[in-house]
Design a binder for this molecule. Structure first.
Ligand code: ADP
Length: 311
């Protein structure tokens, strides 16, 4: 069942279209990755889903409720982990989480239980009494997640939650996204990191200049990305003869080489490493390493836009 539906959504800033007639459907129970370079319109889109930002055109429904008609009901169903931290530095971690709980109408024992549950979930139960001003960037980010999930929202939206944090907190956050999803929440996860979106998402939409340039399951997107797999061989004793012979191979579609490496493109379904290794051995190439790179979301973005995600 569709849990979030965006139809023909437009947002302008002055003359600039930040979100350009966007259609998106997010199914109940999935982790949906919104991937795109900086400025693609990811934050603008999710702020419209949460009702924090008004759209100029179109409609958004969350759990079949229109954001335009009843943004309060929509807000109750959403936990937003914003890109910019929303924490009170002078209140303790527990007080911060409780503050958000009160906004959602939680009181008394239920509030206390939810605060400790949320802090435990993000691994900050030992720091409940400490103020976030004493926390690392990653811990603050985790506290922000605790604030966003403590009312057990059906939809959790995370806007670039791993930017600028340490690897340990990053892994903790990625794992908590999976756990929250297993516990029943639908997740929208925005990032300009291809690896994160690839590791987490059931389905992905790639956003560029305010509109979706590709969407589907990862398998569907990989199939669109390119027919070719890249093989990178680091080696020495690379001669013109070996390059010539590799060039003549019927399944190798392109080849570039220098003194230290050979890069080959081969149709994904037909990679024939035996042949390639045999030709290299015949010409006494000394191979130091060999890597096969499958087409991925980054190569798809590149092939559709001519740019890399992190331009
Ligand atoms: P992303 O989250 O993908 O990095 P954003 O949604 O933040 O992208 O921005 C999309 C586009 O809208 C960018 O070109 C950005 O400069 C512009 N934009 C976002 N917010 C504002 C604003 N408050 N005023 C003017 N332009 C904005």
């Amino acid at each position: 069942m569709a849990f979030v539906e965006l139809k023909d959504v437009v947002k302008r800033y002055g003359n600039k279209l930040s979100v350009d007639h966007l259609d998106l459907t997010i199914q109940e129970g999935e982790i949906f990755g919104l991937l795109g370079p900086n400025g693609a319109g990811k934050s603008t889109t999710i702020h419209m889903i949460t009702g924090l930002l008004k759209m100029d055109q179109g409609d958004i429904k969350v759990d079949r409720i229109s954001v335009k008609n009843d943004s309060l009901e929509v807000k109750k169903r959403i936990g937003l982990v914003p890109q910019d931290l929303a924490l009170y530095e002078t209140m303790s971690a527990a007080e911060n989480v409780a503050f958000f709980g009160k906004l959602y109408g939680l009181r008394g024992e239920l509030l206390r239980n939810r605060v400790s549950e949320a802090l435990e979930f993000v691994g900050l139960q030992d720091r409940a009494k400490d103020k976030p001003e004493t926390f690392s960037g990653g811990m603050k980010r985790r506290l922000n997640i605790a604030c966003a999930i403590m009312h057990r929202p059906k939809l959790i939206i995370m806007d670039e939650p791993t930017v600028g944090i340490d690897p340990q907190s990053r892994n903790h956050i990625l794992e908590s996204v999976r756990t929250l999803n297993k516990m029943g929440s639908t997740i929208i996860y925005t990032s300009h990191y291809m690896e994160e979106v690839a590791a987490l998402s059931d389905r992905v939409a790639i956003l560029d200049q305010g509109h979706v340039i590709a969407s589907g399951t990862q398998q569907e997107l990989r199939e669109r990305a390119s027919q070719d797999e890249k093989i990178i061989i680091k080696a020495s004793h690379i001669s013109d003869q070996v390059i010539q012979e590799l060039r003549l191979h019927p399944r190798i579609t392109s080849i570039t080489a220098d003194n230290e490496s050979i890069e080959l493109s081969v149709p994904s379904s037909q990679v024939d490493l035996q042949d390639i290794l045999f030709i290299c051995a015949k010409h006494q190439v000394v191979i130091h390493s060999l890597v096969c790179e499958e087409p991925n979301l980054e190569t798809l973005f590149l092939s559709l836009t001519g740019r890399t995600l992190r331009d």
